[in-house]
Each structure stands twice: as C-alpha cells, then as structure tokens.
Design a protein around this ligand. Structure first.
Ligand SMILES: [Zn+2]
Length: 298
C-alpha cells in the first residue's frame, strides 16, 4: 500500500514530530557556534544516531539536520558552495532513520537577514535562496518541507512559495512567537491569526509554531488554541520548547520533565493540534513520553 502523504495522514491520526537536534549534537561534542550542518558530512553516524533515537521514541516525522542550510547561512562559514551536496546528504541521513513508515521532513530555517526594506534582500532573491536548498532536500528524499522558526510572514511566505515551485510535496510553515502585553506576536509584531493566515495563503498544507521566547507550558497550550482557531479546520503543528529557558551557572537550560511534556502533548491533541513535536530543550526521552501519551488518546 502506498504511504499516505503527510497531509492525509495527519488528518486521520495524531502524529509526533521529533525534538531538538542541536542539544543532542552538543552532547556528542559539537561546540556552540560550530556549523551544525557540517556534522552531516563530518559525523554522519552521530546524525543518524540522533534521528534513530527520535524514531525509536515513536516520532514518525524525522527532521533533516539542515536548519542553516541556505546559501546565505552556509556562506557565513565560507561554505556557500555546499548547499546542494549537504542538503541532499541531510535528507539521506534522515531517511535512514525514518524508514518506510516515517516521513523525512526537509528542514529550512531563516535565511539570516531581513527582506527589503529593512534589509537588502528582495523577495525574488530570497525565493531563489530557499528554492536552491529545497530542491536539494527533495532530491535527497524529503517527504515534506518545513519552513520553520520564522518571525516575518513575508519570509515564511517566500519559503512556502519556493517549496511549491520546487516540489508538489506537502509544505509546513511554523513561526516563533513571544508574549508581550498578554498577546502572542512574532518578533516582527505579527499576531497568531495573521501569521497563520499568511502561511495558508502562501500555500502551506500545515501551519503552526515552533520554539518560542520565554513561553511557559501553559502559554503553549493557549498558543495552540489560537493556532487551531486561526487554522479554521486545516492541519496544524506545534513544537514547544521544554518550558521557558532558565539560567544556571551562566548556561541556559530547560526544566520541563518528560511527564510535563506528555501532559502538554495530551492537552494539545485534545484541542485539535494535528502534529505535536518538540523544540529547544526536548530530548528523545521527552518525545517518547509525548508520543506514548498521544497514542493513549488516539
Ligand atoms: Zn527552539
């Protein structure tokens, strides 16, 4: 039987996406500020092991290690020429762990600058930057494209349009929100309703949020409700951090336990979020508890 597309599947049963990659690589020796994407080429066995840990935890969506994989971001490390090869490789490594029952989610992060008029990049230039990365992710075996951690609906929409130009695979768009004066807004000041609407208007199949600035677990539940309301019946995704970040000895840490995150995952399912995953501070242990909790309410 042919595997359903991600969009079809997430409307039939709850799906769990994976959690943080960066912290897992730091545990395996990556230095803060080091080029995370270089690890695909230099430490492929570590990348597959992290993907596999999430797959074993019950995550059916395995996200490629390609957050900084645009020409503009790799160019900061003098590696702009690696876009095609390294994004293809990132997708192949994720596919090794995802297996036939999983979906490889080709990950696209912010391009690292502002669009005109705040920055120098035109929308057309940005679409080409994203298209180049996305074409390589598709070539490497991605089953869907995720344009994530966005603050500007203009940038997210450029990513969605670039994905649609490169492939007919489902496209997911997620923003990062912060809470100011009791309201969720992106760093650029966009409301949840406007941001989610912009993602679907650009052609996203699934829209929602990942990460977040200083959001508590209760905040994520409230954010989830607003996303479901804004999506008007279309599929949604939420990938919360393991609670709000805290400082200890000059280092950031996240202290939500796997049980806390399982409780949140249950609540997010109940309010109608289609795909639940994790962002900063989440580990395979968190995701295992979240996937298990989701299965129980299926
Ligand atoms: Zn995050």
């Amino acid at each position: 039987m042919k595997k359903p597309t991600l969009t079809e599947a997430c409307q039939k049963f709850p799906l769990t996406c994976d959690g943080a990659m960066g912290t897992q690589l730091i545990e395996r020796g990556m230095k803060i500020g080091e080029c995370g994407m270089c690890w695909n080429a230099e430490h492929p066995e570590d990348i597959v092991a992290v993907h596999q840990a999430y797959r074993d935890a019950g995550c059916r969506l395995i996200t490629t290690n390609s957050f900084g994989g645009t020409r503009s971001m790799l160019g900061r490390h003098g590696l702009g020429g690696k876009v095609a090869a390294w994004n293809r490789l990132a997708a192949r490594l994720a596919a090794k762990a995802a297996g036939p029952e999983g979906w490889v989610i080709g990950d696209v992060g912010p391009f690292g600058d502002f669009l005109e008029p705040m920055g120098d990049t035109t929308v057309e230039e940005l679409e080409e930057i994203f298209r180049e990365q996305i074409a390589a992710l598709v070539d490497g075996g991605a089953d869907a494209i995720l344009v994530e951690t966005m603050s500007d609906p203009g940038e997210l929409s450029a990513g969605i349009r670039a994905a649609i130009a490169a492939t007919d695979l489902p496209v997911i768009g997620t923003y990062t929100f912060q809470k100011s004066a009791g309201e969720f807004r992106t760093m650029m000041g966009t409301s949840v309703a406007d941001a989610i609407q912009a993602a679907f208007d650009a052609g996203a199949s699934i829209a929602g949020a990942n990460c977040g600035t200083d959001l508590s677990l209760d905040d994520y539940l409230e954010l989830g409700k607003q996303i479901v309301a804004a999506a008007k019946g279309r599929p949604t995704i939420l990938q919360p951090n393991a609670g709000a970040p805290k400082m200890r000895d000059g280092e950031i840490f996240y202290d939500a336990t796997p049980e806390d995150m399982a409780d949140l995952a249950c609540k997010l399912r109940t309010i109608g979020i289609s795909i639940v995953g994790g962002c900063c501070g989440t580990t395979p242990q968190h995701l295992a508890a979240m996937a298990e909790a989701s299965r129980l309410i299926e």
